[in-house]
Design a protein around this ligand. Sequence first.
Ligand SMILES: [Zn+2]
Length: 113
Amino acid sequence: MHELSLSESIIALVTDCAGLEGVRHVSRVTVDIGEASAVDPQALQFCFPLLSKGTVAEGAELVINRIPLKVRCADCRAEYRPDSPIAPCPACGSHARAVLEGRELRVVSFDGA
Ligand SMILES: [Zn+2]
């Protein structure tokens, strides 16, 4: 499961940073997850507490910011947020585009003491 290894990565990163900052208990971890990142937030919420057991992040709240998909049309350069993953450009009907936002997968911050 993708979310399992993602949870491991998040916890590893937080554990490393907490160690550097002398944080002994992390109470909250905030992550950005793009809608086009193919990560299921519910699965992530499920995996995170299981994998954080015995780490500095045990019992921490996981806050997930969903970043909507935003693209730029390759033909007319219009920027838009598609209603569905296969929606064409509303200005010219083209399907050619570049993703600007929505593939985020990152730890934004964590709180602890
Ligand atoms: Zn267009």
